[in-house]
Design a protein around this ligand. Structure first.
Ligand code: SF4
Length: 369
C-alpha cells in the first residue's frame, strides 16, 4: 500500500509530484493545497484518504498579556510547545512572531535552560513543525479579537530543541513555511537559532545559497565571553569551543544589511561583569553581528537569580560604548514561562488550562514579571 502524502510536510511542487496517480487532477491538487495552508480549509467531505492530515489538536493555551503559548498533542502522546509573541511598533501597529520547537526536549544540557531538564525525547518531523504554524494561523485563540488565528510575520526556531540537530526536518519545514502557495513567510523573517553546532551552521549556510533562501537569518546562543565560562554553562562548548564556533561564523555567507544575532543570556555572577562585556566585544569584533542581551529567566531550581535592571543596562551601555551593536531583549512571556529557555517546565505543566475559544478572556500571572 502506498504511503500517505503529508500535506503539512511538503512544498506544493513536491506535494503535487507525490499526488500524481492518486486520482486527483493537478489543478484540484493545487487548489486543495492552497486552501489548506492559506485558509485552513479542506474540501467538502474532508481531505482524500491518500493525504496525511498532520494537524494536531491544540491541547492547552496560556495567555500572558498578548503573549500566547500553546501545546499540541502528537500522535505518540508527546507534546510540542510554541509561543506567539507580539511586537508593537512605533506607529502603533503590531506584528507577531511564532517561536517553534524543532524537537521534543533537547539533548544540549545548557545549565540555564528549562528545556534541558527534560532531556531529548525525539526529533519533530517537518509536518510536526509546520503544524505549529498551521495551529497558530487557524486554531489558537487571539486574545484581542476573540477569533481563532494570528497573522504570523516572523518565525523563530527558538522553542524546544537544537534545530541544527534536526536540520533536515527544519529545512523541510522552512520550505513549506516560505512557499508562496502555503504560508508565504518571507525568508528574511525566518531565524534559526543554534547553540553553536558548527556543522549545522555550515549546512544551513549551504542551504541559503539555494535560490530564494539567501535572506534567512542565523542566531547563535553565545552566552559567555570565553571557553572557561561557556563550558561551565553550555556542555556543547567542550566539544565545539569558541574558536571553532567563530571560525564557522566567519565562513557563514555574508549578506548586505544583515547581521548574525549573537544571543547573550545575562546571568548574575556568571557572565555579567564589565570585563566579560569587554571580552565578548573583543571576541565579536571581526564578525558583523548584533549582540542581543537577554536577562536571565530563572529556571526551576535555578542556582542563579534574575539580573537586576541596572546591571542589564550597564552591560548593554558598555557594549555600545565598546562599539558593538547591542540590544536588550525584553522579557515578554516571562510570567507565562514562555521566554527564552523556559519551554517544557513544571510551571507550565501546573498551569490553568483554558480552551482556545476562551483564551481571550484569561490573564494568567505565574510568577515574576
Ligand atoms: S538553551 Fe536551547 S540548546 Fe540549550 S538546552 Fe535549552 S533548548 Fe537546548
Amino acid at each position: 500500500m502506498e504511503a500517505c502524502v503529508p500535506i503539512l510536510g511538503l512544498p506544493l511542487g513536491e506535494f503535487a509530484e507525490a499526488a500524481r496517480g492518486r486520482g486527483m487532477a493537478p489543478p484540484d491538487v493545487q487548489r486543495m493545497y492552497r486552501a489548506f495552508h492559506r485558509g485552513g480549509e479542506e474540501p467538502a467531505g474532508g481531505l482524500p484518504p491518500w493525504v496525511a492530515d498532520g494537524r494536531r489538536p491544540v491541547k492547552d493555551v496560556i495567555v500572558d498579556g498578548e503573549t500566547v503559548k500553546f501545546t499540541m498533542s502528537l500522535a505518540d502522546g508527546l507534546e510540542t510547545e510554541s509561543v506567539v509573541i507580539p511586537m508593537r511598533h512605533r506607529d502603533g501597529s503590531v506584528t507577531r512572531t511564532l517561536c517553534v520547537s524543532s524537537q521534543v526536549g533537547c539533548a544540549m544540557g545548557c545549565r540555564f535552560c528549562e528545556t534541558a531538564q527534560m532531556g531529548l525525547m525525539r526529533h519533530l518531523s517537518p509536518a510536526e513543525i509546520v503544524a505549529q504554524l498551521h495551529a497558530a494561523r487557524f486554531a489558537v485563540g487571539d486574545p484581542r479579537t476573540g477569533r481563532p488565528g494570528f497573522e504570523i510575520k516572523n518565525i523563530v526556531f527558538m522553542g524546544m530543541g537544537e534545530p541544527m540537530d534536526n536540520l533536515d526536518a527544519v529545512l523541510g519545514a522552512i520550505r513549506v513555511m516560505t512557499d508562496r502557495n502555503a504560508y508565504a513567510v518571507a525568508p528574511v523573517h525566518v531565524t534559526v537559532s543554534t547553540v553553536g553546532r558548527t556543522d549545522g551552521i555550515r549546512r544551513y549556510g549551504e542551504f541559503m545559497l539555494q535560490h530564494g533562501f539567501h535572506r534567512l537569518n542565523l542566531a547563535v546562543s553565545l552566552n559567555a565571553p570565553n571557553d572557561r565560562i561557556r563550558s561551565e554553562i553550555m556542555p556543547i562548548n567542550r566539544a565545539e569551543p569558541v574558536a571553532m564556533l567563530m571560525e564557522a561564523l566567519m565562513a557563514f555567507p555574508k549578506r548586505p544589511n544583515a547581521a548574525i544575532c549573537m544571543e547573550y543570556v545575562l546571568i548574575p555572577g556568571v557572565n555579567d561583569a564589565p570585563e566579560h562585556c569587554d571580552e565578548v566585544c573583543g571576541l565579536l569584533k571581526p564578525l558583523r553581528c548584533s549582540l542581543n542581551v537577554i536577562p536571565y529567566n530563572p529556571r526551576r531550581g535555578s542556582p542563579w537569580p534574575a539580573p537586576d535592571e541596572d546591571r542589564v543596562k550597564a552591560f548593554v551601555d558598555r557594549a555600545i560604548a565598546n562599539g558593538q551593536f547591542c540590544k536588550r531583549r525584553g522579557t515578554k512571556g516571562r510570567s507565562a514561562m514562555a521566554a527564552c529557555g523556559q519551554l517544557g517546565n513544571e510551571h507550565i505543566r501546573a498551569r490553568r488550562f483554558v480552551e482556545p475559544a476562551r483564551a481571550e478572556t484569561v490573564q494568567i500571572r505565574v510568577e515574576g514579571a
